[in-house]
Design a protein around this ligand. Sequence first.
Ligand SMILES: [Zn+2]
Length: 358
Amino acid sequence: MDGLLERTVSFAYDYKVTCRSCTGTSPLASSDYHHEINEAHMDCAHCGADVHFGPAVFALRDAEDPALDDQWVGRAAWYHTSTDGDWPYGTHTMPTETKSPIARLLSPDGLKRARERYENQALHLGTYEAAIESMLRRMHNQADGGSQFYIYRVRLREGLSVEAGWRDENHAEAAQITQQELGAVEAIRYLNVHESPGSISLAVRRGAIDATQRVALPVAAPGQSTRDLLTEVALLRAQIDEMEVHRPAALDLIDQLGAEGAARRGTAFVRSPSPEQYALLDGIDALLEDRLLPDASCPVKSAFTRALGAWRHAQYPYVDDAAYIQRFAALAATVHDPDAILRALVSKPIQELRPWQP
Ligand SMILES: [Zn+2]
């Protein structure tokens, strides 16, 4: 898939937000958004009105976004992450068993309509950043912490018909749109307000996809050694352990309840960390973020650490710091070294799509 247009990847972007009084947009620094300065309020740069910022008012980040050009859309590389190694074939098949929780809630007709809607969802493509952030969100929010993810590089069919303009995900149906609802067009543009907020994503018919390339994440890269980092983390861990030795024996109420519950279940009781221990644990997160995601914005760093926490939680029975740091470093390459991922992708075989029968 040589010749597809690529754009520069960056996870250090800031935001733009829309003012509801004058409809103008104002810049918002990613760190201010992350820390919710002034309880998430700011003044509009145009009329001075108060703007309560959040996903509901995210605006297009780049008024000159090349994705606004129909020709560019058809000639660019688009991205998608999935736990499905056979995407876009295996996606959106609803379980057929009649005893599933959803089947018990719905009449047979209702179930049929729900299945049709579910299985005919449009496919979503976005920027590289949006695809990676989608994976991080799913790892943390959708119980996919331990799942194998794949990233797909997508070529669209030549002469694709694209809906004019773009829809605002805050105001128009986009995320849940079905293939039929795309109407006469094969793709619509929408403002993504959840992943790489303020970027343009696409909802497309399956037939709009011409070919894909795929790699499993993390890509095994000859990344930097994590030995020094492990030594620093071990020092913090030793301080946390030392505090544990000197903690008062008396449990607080929450730990008392936890201890009683563990005794009833016959499982080991682990005391929750003290505020001082929590501060050191946060220090471990900050250390890994600063070393392994040096250029990413605060919201991306935070999303990444939450995702890796979900990965750690999903491992059985236990992951030590060395294995955790190695996993963190390997997956961090998706953020701090996207060129390595793109090189891996373009070296993969091209999967031309078979005609798809709904
Ligand atoms: Zn305003």
